[in-house]
Ligand binder design. Structure first.
Ligand SMILES: NC(=O)c1ccc[n+]([C@@H]2O[C@H](COP(=O)([O-])OP(=O)(O)OC[C@H]3O[C@@H](n4cnc5c(N)ncnc54)[C@H](O)[C@@H]3O)[C@@H](O)[C@H]2O)c1
Length: 259
């Protein structure tokens, strides 16, 4: 899919990867870009800069996403591409145990990193299926294919997000619905602040604009997996070819970074 002339909604569009996507989509000639974010001021500022429409939205609240879809359709017409990109990472580690994070924080992770994708897809799918076309791009993470050393909740919720995206592709591919998951490693955004020397940043930290470039190419190729860090494919291959060996390697990496 080429984004020119398309109507696109980006959640988490006020900052980082989402902001870079909004800017790039506008440059590529999208007909309408909607910047939806919990941070209303940030969303309005990005929208103002690119001539789009900004709005406040908490992606963990289904009614908010329905409202975003309704407003977008009224303003621009049917949505061609929904970028379900907002996500959270607490970055406060595990306190030595994979179970240490509080139940409240686990719950919030599920709501924002997983359930929001379901709400977004549910809000746009009926119209897309009726039209026989539509594209869902979900920002997950390489942590959802591999693992995030030191953060069990982030790893688990990102794996779940990828599982849901696979289900969307399998269930709705024959109805003209395209699905991609964006799985970067480290990207220089506020989310990575303080984590620049973590194992996940070992292959180099990309700029959000480089990730946006990968997204444009991935959407054009209509590829399910969009991997801005190409090494991730090799790591995935190693993981599936010998899971125990891969786990051993990850334990070594964890020891190295906890020394
Ligand atoms: N930065 C990285 O290294 C990295 C790596 C892999 C994946 N990701 C993923 O990329 C996505 C974007 O992250 P980023 O790095 O641009 O982070 P960021 O913190 O710069 O931006 C995230 C945006 O999402 C918004 N947001 C958070 N919770 C929200 C909610 N409930 N409703 C609506 N908006 C909400 C924030 O206000 C913020 O504007 C996330 O899903 C993240 O998990 C980031």
């Amino acid at each position: 899919m080429r984004v020119q002339d398309k109507v696109i909604v980006v959640t988490g569009g006020a900052s980082g990867i989402g902001k870079a996507l909004c800017k790039r989509f506008a440059q590529e000639g999208a007909r309408g870009v909607v910047v939806a974010d919990l941070n209303e001021k940030g969303a309005l500022a990005v929208a103002d800069r690119i001539g789009g429409l900004g709005m406040k939205c908490d992606v963990s609240v289904e009614a908010d996403l329905l409202h975003v879809v309704e407003r977008t359709e009224k303003h621009y017409g049917p949505i061609d591409l929904l970028c379900s990109n907002a996500g959270i990472f607490f970055g406060d580690g595990e306190g030595g145990m994979a179970t240490s994070l509080s139940n409240d924080r686990w719950q919030r992770m599920w709501e924002v990193n997983v359930r929001a994708h379901i709400y977004g897809a549910r809000a746009v799918l009926p119209s897309m299926i009726e039209r026989g076309e539509g594209y869902l791009l979900q920002t997950a993470s390489a942590a959802g294919l591999l693992n995030q050393i030191g953060d069990a909740a982030y790893s688990t919720t990102k794996h779940a997000a990828i599982g849901f995206a696979e289900s969307l592709a399998i269930t709705h591919g024959d109805q003209g619905i395209k699905v991609s998951v964006l799985c970067p490693q480290g990207v220089a955004t506020p989310m990575l602040d303080g984590w620049e020397s973590s194992p996940q940043a070992g292959d180099g930290v990309l700029q959000p604009e480089e990730v946006a470039e990968s997204v444009i190419r991935g959407l054009e190729a209509e590829r399910f997996l969009i991997l801005p860090h190409p090494q991730v494919r090799t790591y995935m291959e190693r993981k599936v070819s010998d899971y125990d060996r891969w786990l051993g390697g990850m334990r070594r990496l964890r020891r190295k970074f906890s020394e």
